[in-house]
Design a protein around this ligand. Structure first.
Ligand code: SAH
Length: 235
C-alpha cells in the first residue's frame, strides 16, 4: 500500500479521519507506524496529500488530513476484456486500476467458461475491492469505470461501434496481423481475448464494429501479461 485511500465514511470532520479494519492492520503490521508519523493519503475519487497520525490503538487510528494534489491522469483507454478465471480476474483488476485504465468492459466470449459468470468475484463490491488495492498500489484515487457485458453479440453490434468511434480501436489477436502500434496519441479502444483466445467469428464481429486486429509477436502471452505488455506499448 503506497497510498492510504480514505472513503467518505472514514471522515469524522473535513480534516479528520478514523481508521479500522484492513488499513489499520496494515498501519500496525506493515508500516509499523507510530503517533506523529506522516503518511501519504488520498480521498477516494478526490485529492491526495498527507496525514499525521494523531492516535494509534489496537482497534482504531485517528489522522489529521491535508489534501491538495490531484491524482495522476487516467489512460484514455477503454479496455474490453473477456472474463478471465476468478483468480486471474482479481489480479488483472488490480493491474487495470494500478495502470490507470479509465474504462474496463468485462465481456463474455465463446471461450469464457460458463462457470466464471457464477463467481462472486464479479459482484460489484468484489470488483471494487480489487480496484482499490490497485489504486493504493499505484497512488491514484479515481476508480476505473467498470461495466459487465454478459452478452457478446448485442454489446459488439449495438454499443461497441459508438464506443470505438473516433478512437484507435484494436483487437489483440496472435496471427498474421500488423504489429501493435506504439506510443499512441489520443483515445484507444483495445480488446483482449480469453485464455483460449477469440474465435474467428468474434474477431470478424469486432472488426465489423471498427476494431483492427494487431499482434505482439510470436510469443503467446497469458492474459495477465498481455494486459501490461499492450498498455506499456500503446501509452
Ligand atoms: N491460444 C490463443 C491465445 C490466447 S492468449 C490464441 O491463439 O488466440 C489471450 C489473449 O491475450 C489473446 O486473445 C490476445 O488478446 C492476447 N495476446 C496474447 N499474446 C498475444 C500476442 N502475441 N499478440 C496479440 N495478442 C496476444
Amino acid at each position: 500500500m503506497n497510498l492510504l485511500l480514505l472513503e467518505e465514511d472514514d471522515f469524522v470532520a473535513a480534516d479528520r479521519a478514523l481508521l479500522r479494519g484492513r488499513r489499520l492492520t496494515h498501519l500496525h503490521e506493515v508500516h509499523r507506524a507510530a503517533v506523529g508519523d506522516q503518511l501519504r493519503v488520498g480521498r477516494l475519487d478526490g485529492l491526495m496529500g498527507r496525514a499525521i497520525l494523531l492516535r494509534l490503538e489496537a482497534g482504531e487510528a485517528e489522522l489529521t488530513i491535508e489534501l491538495d494534489q490531484p491524482p495522476p491522469a487516467k489512460l484514455p483507454l477503454t479496455l474490453l476484456l473477456a472474463v478471465p478465471r476468478p483468480k486471474m480476474l482479481k489480479r488483472i483488476l488490480q493491474t487495470v486500476a494500478a495502470m490507470g485504465v479509465e474504462h474496463l468492459v468485462l465481456i463474455n466470449s465463446f471461450r469464457v467458461e460458463k462457470s466464471f459468470w457464477q463467481t462472486p468475484f464479479l459482484a460489484p463490491e468484489k470488483i471494487r475491492e480489487q480496484l482499490i488495492l490497485g489504486l493504493e498500489q499505484s497512488r491514484d484515487t479515481h476508480l476505473p469505470h467498470v461495466t459487465v457485458e454478459k452478452r457478446f453479440k448485442p454489446f459488439v453490434e449495438d454499443r461497441l461501434p459508438q464506443l470505438a468511434a473516433g478512437t484507435t480501436a484494436l483487437v489483440a489477436h496472435p496471427g498474421p496481423f500488423p504489429p501493435c502500434p506504439r506510443a499512441i496519441e489520443g483515445r484507444v479502444t483495445l480488446a483482449i481475448g480469453p485464455e483460449g483466445g477469440w474465435i474467428p467469428y468474434e474477431v470478424e464481429m469486432l472488426q465489423a464494429a471498427g476494431l483492427t486486429p494487431v499482434q505482439l509477436g510470436e510469443r503467446i502471452l497469458r492474459v495477465e501479461t498481455a494486459v501490461p505488455a499492450l498498455l506499456a506499448r500503446l501509452f
